[in-house]
Design a protein around this ligand. Structure first.
Ligand SMILES: Nc1nc2c(c(=O)[nH]1)N[C@H]1C(S)=C(S)[C@@H](COP(=O)(O)OP(=O)(O)OC[C@H]3O[C@@H](n4cnc5c(=O)[nH]c(N)nc54)[C@H](O)[C@@H]3O)O[C@H]1N2
Ligand SMILES: Nc1nc2c(c(=O)[nH]1)N[C@H]1C(S)=C(S)[C@@H](COP(=O)(O)OP(=O)(O)OC[C@H]3O[C@@H](n4cnc5c(=O)[nH]c(N)nc54)[C@H](O)[C@@H]3O)O[C@H]1N2
Ligand code: SF4
Ligand SMILES: [Mo]
Length: 734
């Protein structure tokens, strides 16, 4: 009965339109209060924590009834969730009850890739892992060990590995995600966009989404603000080859030819300058390189861009005039998953420049200045010197590669080639590399060359099935974890604490990291025995009450100015010119074009279509397809095909086909969705499906994997990220 209540609620949320959702929220509140009163009587325990079904970190309240996890809701005190979780967050209950979860430590007894294991004790699994890591370090040095991780849970493992002398840390959530955006904004403004994005959708009068498919991309706060913007009647411009959910809410929809966005952006810059629509005061006082930009941009007219993008010149003019009309409360969203074509920093530089011409930095309704709670670090002993070059960026081949979140591709190729030096062990926390890195065949080739692969996960995902040792972590609802100190409009700190105990022999990430450190002889790096000593130390060092924190789940700091409108002073101390660099001196210095360049994308071969992919509202990447609650909503992906194309190829809605890519790689079978909502030159599918791990009983071979079909990737020469939108597929029948 309890699951039924939860299920109904999910269905309500996912089927609600945005306008409807807001109404639902207020009427729900009345019901919620009534439920809360009733529940107290029934002895329901409510425990605040923060969500990890994705990495947005929304504050939640876990409801426990008779010792059992019953439901999850947003924590009303939390500024990110504002009392509401997204459908995936509500579905976190299903992760706790997932029958396929990893239940105990496993040590491989067969060759890699086969499925036979010894179920073992924690002591044995950790002793064995420590022994292997020490042998490898002894023989090849600490540089031969690489760590891949995603999410706050990896903090303690990274601490252990740093103490062990490791320096090669990487994450697909940078090199396959937002890397180019951060690099482009840092080059232009000297500051990152960051996560949560500093976009002030809430107060915006007009904004453009390029790709960014909000509503399918379900980052909670952002989607709530998007819903508010729609209700307020903000002008929304959506640029996407596919008529996304966001497009359906937009005033202007630009069905752009994939890969040509930089041409559109250059034309927008052209119109802003030619028609004198830019913010002159801002440009004069705060930017560098306007004159070279003015010269450079002359040929990039809307008529020129029409030939590239397929967007009518009038529509190009009208949309940028609209953005200019509302400046500075208007902006072009910098996106998040932006590793598309391998020249993405240049595109994102164009995005940064359009915004600079709108004079919208640190302005209400555009980009606010994020603030953060000041929480002192824990006083650990210093890490040992790691006096070697990171493996993924030899001789600074990619001059603007990230440091803490390095290049996954670089680690993988070093593992295969032994250049610039050999990588012998991977330690993988919370990232399913088989599905998140392009060209999985290459990932498997690299894995086969390793001496040791340690995976810490919660389900038997593909990467775990390749490991030598699998360590089952408790899920986020069952453990303490690092604090959430996200940059936002108001400083705040959130706690993750256990709502229920883990059901089997799973252990918390901090405990695993600490025990591993002890076995590696690094105990001095863990002056605390239990994570609560660590959390309490940090929270109390900030002058806050730990007891209150545990009770409320969130502590808010004092409001600070986040806009020029609040009296914030505009300063750009972190660029070489101490101005917003329209012309990037840093790019020029490293031999790259200092002004954004457009490269025409290659055409699909005859009979092929460009493969695009994105988010499904009720799943996160490849990590939620074992969650029964979420799978009951969407349990396979479909391939979106334009109706005219379908007619020509005689493809029927709902029929199963296989996709074959330009390199002859064949997908699992996937259902056809015939729709007007996509251009005829591309197809689209939701990422995360087509699991090949048999131990994921519900998800095994459901739908097709986009990753499998992404055998080609193009590396951004500026920062080394991998563009993955350059693959073409054709249809194959049974
Ligand atoms: N439900 C859910 N939400 C999520 C996540 C999740 O796993 N599940 N993951 C989160 C994370 S980490 C990220 S990075 C974000 C990703 O979400 P976004 O940053 O919004 O990702 P994009 O790749 O921009 O979005 C894909 C969209 O871009 C369109 N597109 C593809 N090629 C082009 C092109 O050449 N030009 C243009 N203009 N559009 C194109 C596709 O049709 C699709 O609509 O989502 C976040 N939100
Ligand atoms: N083909 C393709 N590749 C992509 C993308 C795409 O759209 N298509 N998107 C890119 C983007 S934007 C991003 S951000 C990255 C994301 O890349 P990843 O972060 O690698 O995402 P997942 O593949 O979902 O891997 C998450 C893994 O963590 C495990 N996990 C979940 N919770 C926990 C936990 O509490 N503890 C531990 N230890 N493990 C846990 C899950 O079971 C899963 O195996 O992928 C990128 N790669
Ligand atoms: S956006 Fe959704 S899944 Fe992500 S943390 Fe928030 S509630 Fe959880
Ligand atoms: Mo991402």
């Amino acid at each position: 009965m309890e699951t039924k209540v939860t299920r109904r609620k999910f269905l309500q949320i996912t089927s609600a339109t945005f306008a409807g959702a807001a109404i639902l929220a207020s009427s729900n509140r009345v019901v919620e209060n009534a439920i809360a009163a009733a529940e107290k009587k029934n002895g329901v325990v409510k425990i605040p924590s923060y969500c990890s079904i994705c990495f947005w970190k929304c504050g939640l309240i876990g409801y426990v009834k008779d010792g059992k996890l019953w439901k999850l809701e947003g924590n009303p005190l939390d500024p990110l969730s504002k009392g509401r979780l997204c459908p995936r967050g509500n579905g976190g209950v299903g992760q706790h009850y997932d029958p396929d979860r990893l239940k105990a430590p496993l040590v491989r007894i067969s060759s890699r890739g086969e499925d036979s294991w010894n179920v073992t004790t924690w002591d044995e699994a950790l002793s064995y892992s420590a022994k292997r890591l020490m042998e490898i370090k002894e023989k090849y040095g600490p540089q031969s060990i690489a760590v891949f991780s995603h999410g706050p849970g990896g903090v303690f493992l990274k601490h252990t590995m740093r103490a062990f002398g490791v320096k090669n840390f990487t994450a697909p959530s940078f090199a396959q995600c937002r890397g180019p955006r951060e690099v482009a904004f840092e080059l232009t403004y000297g500051e990152l966009v960051g996560s949560p994005e500093r976009t002030d959708i809430k107060n915006s009068k007009c904004f453009a989404l390029i790709g960014s498919h909000l509503g399918e991309n379900m980052h909670n706060t952002q989607v709530q603000e998007f819903a508010e913007a729609i209700e307020r009647g903000a002008t929304i411009i959506v640029v996407d080859p596919r008529f996304s959910i966001a497009a359906s809410k937009a005033k202007y929809y630009l069905p752009i030819k994939p890969g040509t966005d930089t041409a559109l952006l250059l034309a927008w810059i052209n119109v802003l300058i030619q028609e004198n629509l830019y913010d002159k005061e801002f440009v004069e006082n705060y930017t560098f390189g306007f004159e070279p930009l003015r010269e450079y941009i002359k040929p990039f007219t809307p008529e020129w861009a029409f030939a590239e993008t397929g967007i009518q010149p009038d529509l190009i003019r009208e949309t940028i005039r609209e953005l200019a009309r509302y400046k500075p409360a208007s902006f072009v969203h910098p996106g998040r998953h932006v590793n598309w074509y391998g020249n993405d920093v240049q595109r994102l530089r164009a995005v940064a420049i359009v915004n600079a011409l709108l004079g919208n930095w640190n302005r209400k309704g555009a980009f606010y200045k994020p603030v953060k709670m000041d929480i002192p670090k824990y006083p650990y002993p210093p890490y040992p010197e790691a006096d070697y070059e990171v493996v993924y960026n030899p001789n600074s081949k990619y001059p603007f590669a990230g440091e803490d979140e390095g290049l996954t591709q670089g680690v993988r190729s070093a593992t295969i080639t032994g250049e610039p030096y050999p990588i012998k062990a991977w330690v993988v926390y919370g990232t399913n590399l088989i599905q998140t890195m392009p060209n999985p065949a290459e990932t498997i080739e690299a894995i086969k060359k390793l001496d040791f692969l340690l995976v810490i996960d919660v389900i038997p995902n593909e990467i775990a099935m390749w490991a030598d040792v699998v360590l089952p972590e408790s899920i986020y609802l069952e453990r303490f974890d690092e604090l959430n100190i996200s940059p936002f409009r108001i400083p705040f700190v959130g706690i993750r604490q256990p709502v229920v105990p883990p059901p089997h022999d799973q252990k918390d990430g901090w405990w695993i990291a600490r025990e591993l450190a002890v076995k590696l002889g690094l105990e001095k790096y863990y002056p605390w025995m239990h994570i609560e000593e660590y959390l309490k130390y940090r929270v109390e060092a900030a002058g806050l009450s730990y007891e209150q924190f545990k009770k409320d789940g969130v502590i808010l700091g004092n409001e600070q100015p986040i806009y020029v409108e609040d009296g914030l002073k505009l300063e750009f101390p972190f660029t070489p010119s101490q101005k917003v660099e329209l012309y990037s001196t840093q790019l020029a210095e490293k031999g790259f074009s200092p002004l954004p360049t457009y490269e025409r994308p290659p055409e699909p071969p005859p009979g092929y279509f460009r493969l695009l992919f994105g988010r499904v509202p009720v799943h996160t990447f490849s990590m939620t397809q074992s969650n029964r609650i979420l799978m009951d909503m969407v349990d396979e992906n479909e391939v979106w095909v334009n109706s005219d194309v379908a007619e020509t190829l005689v493809l029927k809605n709902g029929e199963y086909v296989y996709l074959k890519n330009q390199d002859g790689i064949l997908s699992n079978k996937v259902k056809v969705r015939v729709t007007q909502r996509i251009r005829p030159d591309c197809v689209f599918m939701y990422h995360g499906f087509g699991h090949t791990s048999k131990n994921l009983k519900r998800a095994y071979l459901k739908g097709a994997s986009d990753s499998e079909l992404i055998s080609r990737y193009d590396i951004d020469p500026i920062m080394g990220g991998t563009g993955m939108n350059n693959n073409f597929v054709t249809f194959v029948r049974e």
